[in-house]
Design a protein around this ligand. Structure first.
Ligand code: SF4
Length: 430
């Protein structure tokens, strides 16, 4: 049976799409193996959000080619699309699938490398290998963005706004629950835009979440990333009242400085963002808020950077993904004056990492002595303890049997860990 391995760079949308590509390979009869293993086919779903992401995409393609020089290396995703647009080639990628066609990657492969068809036909009688081992499934419900942040190329690569019809979302969610998933993470490029005006067939995001929460066996629903201006009172009420909705939101900040936000073409200012956090925590006590922050955007001076640090202090993010700004081709920010030198970006990244770490530890401290519901996910290679994610998005480590992977358990939080918290297993149910 031919083998295929997958890896993803970038956002949750890419993760979701890799999952779908993987399933299409499984359906054709490929055996799925870890990306670190020798495989007959490597599929790399690339990202181009920063120069660093592009560089990592190239490195990953080259790594795959080194791992098995006889393998077919397939590249798709945003970086792959950029290479096609620019007429570039990456020698180690034997096949580049256009981003809009990525869910048809297996068809492209079989068309260009027909020897796999013969191998699959031979293996056709072998039993399928169900490989959905993840405990949390990502479900994409929306695509496209029309916000045009001045640093971002996504609106140019995904300009069409589209919501997945709610019947399809519900059917996919039921199938995931049947496969054993307890938690579904809803994702999209601009998920707050989900609604009838772009093809949902009726419900908006809040109504869709309410429909999903009625599915028996689905125990947790999480919203992956939502723009601050698209968080409505109705959504806050739903999270506050519906126990299946995780009390956590990922709300990109990007900058805590109003002037920089304006230059970024982000549709809010510092006061709006902080007020939103206050409202959230007033309605949902201890609501976990994670975020994305971009460091070194053009015009970010020391005072502006300090404003970002101040927002981190006040918001007490439970997690923060930090990015160093790098110009993306054909975006307005590429030609802005006042570009920040790399050395200054590097120094600010280090400082901000410390500020974020301290804020996350302050947030996590609130939970010491409390009991949290945790989805058991894997065993930590470092500590040997089991790890999982709590409703509030804390990474929790605790002693337990690996047979609990995929289950929701109650864990009493006892202390802070290097990257999360430690706890003791209290109880679990089947
Ligand atoms: S909201 Fe801004 S950063 Fe997010 S995808 Fe749209 S343009 Fe890009």
């Amino acid at each position: 049976m031919p083998t295929a391995a997958f890896t993803t760079l970038g956002c949750k949308v890419n993760q979701y799409e890799t999952q779908k590509i993987l399933e299409s390979f499984e359906a054709q009869g490929f055996e799925i193996v870890p990306f670190e293993s020798p495989a007959d086919v490597y599929v790399i779903n690339t990202c181009s959000v920063t120069q660093s992401a592009e560089s990592k995409s190239r490195q990953t393609v080259r790594r795959a080619a080194r791992q098995n020089p006889n393998a077919v290396v397939v590249m798709t995703g945003c970086y792959a699309q950029f290479t096609l647009r620019r007429g570039e080639t990456l020698a180690e990628a034997h096949l580049t699938v256009p981003n809009p066609d990525k869910l048809r990657t297996v068809e492209y492969l079989l068309e260009h490398f027909p020897h796999f068809k013969a191998q699959l036909a031979q293996a056709a009688r072998q039993s399928e290998t169900p490989l959905r081992r993840r405990t949390r499934a990502v479900l994409k419900i929306q695509d496209g963005c029309n916000v045009y942040c001045s640093f971002c190329s996504i609106p140019y690569t995904r300009p069409v706004m589209r919501s997945t019809p709610y019947q399809e979302v519900l059917a996919e969610a039921r199938a995931l629950v049947q496969d054993g998933y307890r938690e579904i993470v809803l994702t999209g490029v601009l998920i707050g835009d989900y609604g009838p005006q772009t093809g949902s067939g009726g419900p908006d995001l809040v109504q869709l979440c309410a429909m999903l929460s009625a599915i028996d066996g689905l125990e947790r629903i999480r919203i992956s990333s939502i723009e601050p201006t698209l968080i409505t009172d109705a959504l806050i009420d739903l999270i506050a009242q519906n126990p299946k909705m995780c009390p956590q939101l990922h709300i990109p900040l990007q900058s805590g400085d109003t002037g920089v936000l304006r230059a970024m073409n982000r549709p809010y200012d510092q006061a709006f963002y902080l007020d939103l956090i206050r409202q959230l925590r007033a309605r949902i006590p201890d609501c976990g808020v994670s975020t994305d922050i971009m460091v070194g955007f053009p015009s970010e001076d020391e005072a502006a950077f300090e404003n970002t640090c101040a927002v981190v202090e006040q918001a007490e993010f439970c997690r923060a993904h930090l990015f160093r700004y790098s110009p993306r081709p054909d975006t307005p920010a590429e030609s802005m004056p006042d570009q920040v030198p790399d050395a200054v970006k590097a120094e600010r990244m280090q400082r901000l990492q410390q500020v974020c770490k301290a804020a996350a530890r302050r947030y996590a401290t609130r939970f010491i002595g409390r009991t949290e519901r945790v989805l058991v996910e894997t065993r930590s290679k470092l500590s040997g303890l089991m790890t999982g994610t709590s409703d509030h998005y804390l990474q929790v480590e605790f002693a337990a049997s690996p047979t609990l992977i995929g289950r929701l358990v109650q864990v009493r939080i006892t202390d802070l860990a290097a990257d999360g918290v430690l706890g003791e297993l209290v109880e679990w149910s089947v």
